[in-house]
Design a protein. Structure first.
Length: 122
């Protein structure tokens, strides 16, 4: 039964990733809250998970014209620098503090989405 739960969590994360919605966050929550995986290990797995999911979704986004190459290059460079700094910081943090930070991040994002006005209402 646990393999079925893992399969369903992975499938849901994959669908969300295909839409570019951050299925890795769902996967990270599943691994830490339900599968008992250590936070640092779950984050590493999540990073590896992102590579093939992004590689399969990116051609469709290019094909449909949803990637602005002029904007992508600076975003990629800033993302690489931010990722390196955050990975270094995350490995130095205590797991309990890292979990609290991630939980706080999820609460902030959830509240932001909950109270966000639809684009057509602006």
């Amino acid at each position: 039964m646990s393999w079925l739960t893992a399969l369903l969590a992975g499938a849901a994360a994959g669908v969300l990733s295909g839409f570019g919605v951050g299925g890795g966050t769902l996967l990270l929550i599943y691994m830490t809250a339900f599968a008992g995986v250590d936070q640092h290990l779950a984050q590493g797995i999540n990073l590896l998970y992102f590579l093939p999911t992004a590689a399969t979704a990116l051609p469709a986004h290019f094909k449909n014209g949803f990637v602005d190459k002029k904007t992508a290059v600076p975003a990629i460079l800033a993302g690489l620098a931010g990722t390196a700094a955050a990975a270094w910081a995350a490995t130095a943090l205590d797991v309990a503090l890292l979990r609290r930070c991630f939980g706080g991040f999820l609460i902030v994002i959830g509240l932001r989405e909950l109270f966000r006005k639809p684009a057509n209402a602006r």
